[in-house]
Design a protein around this ligand. Structure first.
Ligand code: SF4
Ligand code: ZN
Ligand code: ZN
Length: 302
């Protein structure tokens, strides 16, 4: 395979685009795609302050690297969940982030350590609550959303960026469609506009395949944590990803098509009713916006 741009040996081939590129041109192509998505969905501008949620994995570090490379004012947010899983998962993710920062002297990182700040790790709080029921992910999702929102609003960030890639989005879409979760479908988008104190949420990698993000990290020499969070093993989302991968194998571009057609249908008014804004008011304890009466779900959890 030869690079389409320069004819040198290609290092990466994207079947869905019928495009093969050498290392140098791949490192040009990928950020261009990210920037296109940022502009197309009006995620943020060069004047905005962007908080990037980083886990030490390939997607979030790739995203942060690309945003810094494109000259955006992107700062990192690391949330220490206190997950060990036999491999010191949380410690290892922080190590990878610190390694990343060591070669990018201007980069700023905000850290929130859950056990330190709230007295219990995510698996611990999950174990003692109804919501956890043996698997910490529901509790973890709630905690991460809360901490991200809070950090974004306290730090006056214009947008909160996460590293969700196309495979993630397609898998979530698949799950939401299987169960016709209209409320979730209405809120699944590359951009979720800010609502009062809730920061705008953006997913600049939403049109890029997981393997494309991984290829960028590898070619760029970003050292990331290869292991997934141990609690992700065997999750339904992973099962959906496998199913979608099978589809993709037979028809390259299937995942992208699935996701983009959904976005188009939404643009045309599907789920309009469900998109009507819910009313938010400040939590009695922490002041963060919530739909729940009295205390927000986070404060109730602790
Ligand atoms: Fe949290 Fe579950 Fe994701 Fe692990 S897999 S980071 S516990 S949501
Ligand atoms: Zn080339
Ligand atoms: Zn609260």
């Amino acid at each position: 395979m030869k690079c389409r741009k320069c004819g040198r040996q290609a290092v990466f081939n994207m079947r869905r685009h019928k495009l093969a590129l050498c290392a140098e041109h791949y490192l040009e192509w990928f950020p261009e795609q990210v920037e296109r998505a940022i502009n197309k969905y009006k995620m943020f501008t060069h004047d905005d302050k962007v908080l990037v949620a980083v886990s030490g994995g390939k997607d979030s570090l790739t995203l942060w690297d690309v945003l810094l490379g494109l000259g955006y004012r992107a700062e990192g947010l690391y949330i220490g969940l206190g997950v060990d899983g036999g491999l010191g998962y949380s410690d290892l993710s922080l190590e990878k982030i610190e390694g990343f920062m060591a070669t990018r002297p201007g980069a700023a990182l905000h850290k929130v350590d859950i056990p330190e700040s709230y007295g219990e790790s995510v698996p611990e709080v999950a174990a003692r609550t109804q919501r956890g029921r043996g698997k910490p992910c529901a509790v973890c999702g709630l905690i991460k959303r809360y901490v991200m929102n809070r950090a974004a609003s306290e730090g006056n960030f214009d947008a909160l960026a996460t590293g969700h890639n196309l495979d993630d989005e397609a898998a979530v879409l698949f799950g939401n469609t299987l169960h016709w979760q209209v409320g979730y479908l209405a809120r699944q988008a590359p951009v979720l506009e800010e609502q009062g104190d809730l920061a705008r949420k953006v997913k600049p990698l939403c049109r890029l395949y997981e393997r494309e993000a991984a290829a960028y990290a590898l070619i760029k020499g970003i050292d990331y944590i290869y292991d997934e969070c141990p609690h992700a093993v065997g999750s339904t989302t992973n099962r959906y990803k496998e199913l979608l991968n099978e589809l993709e194998l037979d028809s390259p571009g299937a995942k992208l098509q699935f996701y983009l057609s959904f976005l188009k249908a939404k643009e045309q008014g599907l789920f309009q009713q469900a998109m009507e804004q819910v009313t938010l008011h400040p939590c009695e304890n922490c002041g963060q916006p919530t739909t729940a009466p009295g205390l927000c779900t986070f404060c109730r959890l602790w």
